[in-house]
Design a protein around this ligand. Sequence first.
Ligand code: SAM
Length: 190
Amino acid sequence: MSRDLMYSDEIQELVVDAYQGLDAPGGPGTRFYTDEQLAAVPAGAAEWALGVGAPLAWADLGAGEAVADLGCGAGIDTLLAAALVAPTGWAVGVDFLPEMVERARAFAAQAGADNAEFHRAQMESLPLPNASVDVIISNGSINLSARKSRVLAEAYRVLRPGGRLCVTDLTIREEELPSEILTHPSAWAG
Ligand SMILES: C[S@@+](CC[C@H](N)C(=O)[O-])C[C@H]1O[C@@H](n2cnc3c(N)ncnc32)[C@H](O)[C@@H]1O
């Protein structure tokens, strides 16, 4: 586990700028999904797929489960999860950018996913009670946090005993990078 590094406010500002400035990203994350999954979500949700994998391939979701998606973006994984846990389960997506939350809510409405909800919040401070979800998923987002230990502590707090954490993300071995890169804020958003 990486230690929390310095410059966390500056890193967060760079991440915000990088993702707020996106326009028509073209679905770089769609290559990780099956044709059936892509057909099951609104076209806009696929266009805004920005992840680096497909965490649901390993999450083994079942009907009735509660799922939280950390750094959900426009919500492709949240929507797919909501369909897998329906009708009694629910999925909640959390993202700190209002633009992403608005997109995700619009795509959920298009999909008729009334068991999916989205909150504007930080992964480092989840708007969820203790021991309230069965599964946490996250796709390409935790790497962007300058406080990764805090994100994982929050995940542990909101998971029920026996819950699952299923993350697809970028990882790096700190010892393989020079410190001027490790401590350079723009390396985070990039
Ligand atoms: C690479 S995108 C991935 C989005 C989505 N998981 C997907 O697969 O399309 C990263 C997302 O994480 C969000 N994010 C980054 N840092 C965050 C934080 N500390 N708290 C909440 N959201 C964050 C960004 O706003 C962005 O929407």
